[in-house]
Structures are given as C-alpha cells and as structure tokens.
Design a protein. Sequence first.
Length: 248
Amino acid sequence: MNIARLLQEAPQAQAASQALENEFAARRRDLENQQKDLKAARTAGEGRRGDGRGRAPQREKTLRDGQRELARKQNEFLEDLNVRRNEALGQLQRTVLQEVQTYAKGAGLDIVVADALYASQSVDITNQVLTALQSRKARRRPPSPEAADGREAAMPLRLAELAVRFGCELQGDADALVERVAPLHEATSGSLAFLANPRYRRYLAGTRATAVVLDAATAAECRSPRSSPATPTPRTPASRSCCTRSHP
C-alpha cells in the first residue's frame, strides 16, 4: 500500500489544504498590504531626499521600525502556519490509517504492509482505500457558501451542554450560547475557541470568543468576578476547563 499516494490524493488532503488557506488568507493579505505600504513609503521618501527640511533621518527610522515589525509578523505567520499544517497532517494521517484498518478488517486481511519496495496490483490495496476515502468524503454534505465563510449559524449550544459532552470544568455563564468553532485570533461573539498549543497563547487576552477551552492552570487567568464554577466533571487525566469571556 502506498501511504504517500493516499496522503496526496485523498480528498480529505485537498479539503485540509483549502481549510488552511482560508484560515490564513486574511493574515496573508494584511502582510502583503503592509509590505506594499512600506515599499510605497520608501519610494516616496526617496523622492523627498532633497527637500532640505531635515526630516530624512526620522523617515528612515520610521521605515526601519516598520520593516522590523513586518518581519516579526511574517515570522509569526510562518510559525503559526507550520504548526497548523503539522496538526492538519496529523489528523489526515489518522483518518487515512483508520480507513486502512476499516478496509483491512472488512476484507478479512491479516496484515497490511505500507510502502513496500514492490507490490503487484493483485495485493496492492491503495486504490481500494482511496476509493473508500472518496466515498467517505462524498457522504458528507458539502458546506454552503455561507457556512464556508462563517455567516451561516449552526444550531446554538449551551456551554453547560458542551462542558458535559467534552468533560470540561465550566467557569462562567452556563447558559451562554456558541454556534461555531474558530481560531482564537479570528473568533467572534458566538464562537468556541481552543488553546491547545502554547504558540497561540498570545491571542488569549484579545480573543473575542464567547468561550475558550484550555487547561485548568490557564483557565484561572480568565476568571471574571461574575463567574460561578460548575461542579467539576473530569473525564481525562489532564483537567480541562471551559471558560467564558465577557467583552464590552
């Protein structure tokens, strides 16, 4: 079986790639616009070098500061993109391996060898697994354009219900409603966000999410005076918390 081919040709791989592109599109556009603005400012400054007003040093300092800030944001962008790409690849690998196991059990196979040096068509199950992955994708209803850009609201769920479902300790308003899942830095009111990777911690203070799922230690930082913790219901060794956030 050719695992590399499955990871490349599976429709889930294309969907994950498109989802990443959509997630980072706004930040990419912002960086491109900032780069254009800096270039335009530098061009305009070069045209005023002989104005004799002594403003050139200040303009140069402003441009250097802007360039450093842009470089910092570009580095953050690449780091975040790489983290999310690795997360998506891990999820894709789990999906593919699960489908391989499902097919192997259904076909009564005793063993499946990945990436053999040679395998004849009679024993290579790559095409069969790929077909199964395509069928799985086809069975899922494609999202509408409104759902794709987040305008179509899903059925609202109470935080109390989500806390029970996911085994979280709830802090905050148990009756608060969430309609969608979104990254911390892109979340709006009605969104549920997750802080699963420390790299995204810098977005926690400014997120507009209605609720954030995070570890118990970090949850203590977002308690508000109006919060009333619910009864803990730990279901995993690492205690998780669902913390609501209030915004003006």
